[in-house]
Design a binder for this molecule. Structure first.
Ligand code: NAG
Ligand code: NAG
Ligand code: NAG
Ligand code: NAG
Ligand code: NAG
Ligand code: NAG
Ligand code: ZN
Length: 336
């Protein structure tokens, strides 16, 4: 009884999106970089004036999706790109975003919703910000923007002698190994974020950081998020599966595979943090003129449609990959 519970817990932790270390590091990179007014705005929305205001909510959507109330949000953590790695990598919104939505529509939806403090309740605005902090992280993980084998969840691999799957080593095992972390704490994430922030400001990422946010615009969130997804998806062909599934299937990946991939893991975490800071800066600037931001205003219900349904792709017949996703459910062990 005890041991099966422990195993379940272990598996649950492993199945998370970028694991806790990845999401919390992205959050701290962003909090290191945002403008002061942005920090004040985000702390106000989240009701948390501590310096951990982004990090402590960064993994919330992964717990929320496992509740009855939050189950609807499970498809929002990924987009199942039905491309053909390693020969061809690409995202096609109308082909790939599921009928309930995907990480791209979710980012667009919550970008709209976080800007409606006079229309939505404080809790809804707070949730919108939590989702953004998380999904701007998920979208940089290449296997969150790939349909093949349920984003690699169905490719069993070994990592330093333990059983994992390809998706989960990208989420968790490789980040943890890079930082030499076993049981992640906020200070592990803070330390990684502080290294990445230095690399962005004056180190190896200084020259390219600006290109990571080129064209990013909260007024066209769907286009911006699609660009991020396309950027991450390209790594499926170049780094995640350059020699195809057979070369990683049931294979030990803690050695040369890890060496070839870990730089991309770190780059994607840095990008997520930098983009999140820039996105939040834009949102906070737009909110400076919103009188509803400074004090709580009674929500105006029914006046505006903020369901985001206009963001969804046109209905079409379900593909094999979408049927496979549906068959395993969104919230079973194969979470993604
Ligand atoms: C922003 O906040 C930091 C730390 O609280 C402070 O040192 C800095 O002077 C502030 N910057 C501006 C422009 O107010
Ligand atoms: C956070 O700080 C602001 C401004 O200093 C204050 O008005 C607010 O009550 C504080 N919020 C919490 C949750 O402590
Ligand atoms: C991995 O290899 C096993 C046989 O060793 C095979 O049964 C399985 O279908 C392969 N998985 C994938 C995703 O190709
Ligand atoms: C991590 O946690 C596990 C389970 O609680 C424990 O057995 C292990 O010693 C911990 N590892 C470190 C490095 O603290
Ligand atoms: C806020 O309002 C001022 C004055 O009307 C305007 O100049 C500024 O551009 C607005 N800022 C944003 C981000 O909309
Ligand atoms: C937008 O967010 C709301 C609240 O979480 C949710 O009910 C709705 O399904 C979302 N719409 C899309 C297209 O993601
Ligand atoms: Zn996630």
């Amino acid at each position: 009884m005890h041991s099966s519970l422990a195993l379940l817990t272990l598996f649950g932790v492993r199945a998370y999106a970028w694991g806790a270390l990845g999401h919390e590091t992205i959050a701290y990179v962003a909090s290191n970089l945002v403008k002061n007014n942005t920090q004040l705005w985000a702390q106000h929305v989240l009701g948390d004036n501590s310096s951990n205001y982004l990090a402590t909510v960064s993994t919330w959507p992964d717990s929320w999706r496992r509740t009855d109330e939050g189950a609807f949000s499970a498809p929002f953590h990924y987009i199942d790109a039905e491309d053909n790695p390693p020969e061809a990598c690409n995202i096609d919104y109308e082909r790939d975003c599921g009928e309930e939505g995907c990480v791209v529509s979710a980012i667009a939806n919550y970008t709209q919703r976080v800007q409606q403090p006079g229309v939505l309740s404080d809790t809804e605005v707070n949730y919108a910000l939590r989702f953004l902090v998380h999904f701007l992280g998920d979208i940089t993980q290449p296997l969150h923007v790939e349909a093949l084998a349920l984003g690699g969840n169905e490719i069993d691999v070994e990592f330093d002698g333990e059983d994992w799957n390809l998706h989960s080593i990208w989420d968790t095992a490789m980040p943890d190994k890079l930082r030499g972390v076993e049981n992640v704490t906020l200070s592990d994430a803070q330390a990684w974020a502080s290294d990445l922030t230095a690399d962005i400001k004056a180190g190896k990422y200084k020259a390219c950081a600006q290109s990571w946010i080129q064209g990013d615009d909260i007024a066209d969130a769907k286009r911006s998020a699609l660009a991020w997804a396309t950027d991450s998806n390209a790594y499926v062909c170049s780094v995640v599966l350059p020699d195809g599934v057979e070369s990683v299937n049931a294979t030990e990946l803690g050695g040369s595979y890890y060496e070839s991939a870990v730089e991309t893991v770190e780059l994607q975490i840095a990008k997520g943090g930098y983009r999140l800071a820039h996105w939040l800066d834009q949102l906070a600037a737009a909110q400076q003129n919103n009188t509803a931001y400074k004090r709580s205003v009674a929500p105006v219900t029914g006046a505006v449609d903020l369901s985001g349904r206009d963001l969804l792709p046109a209905p079409r017949e379900l593909s094999k990959a979408k049927l496979a996703r549906r068959a395993v459910g969104w919230d079973c062990a194969h979470s993604h």
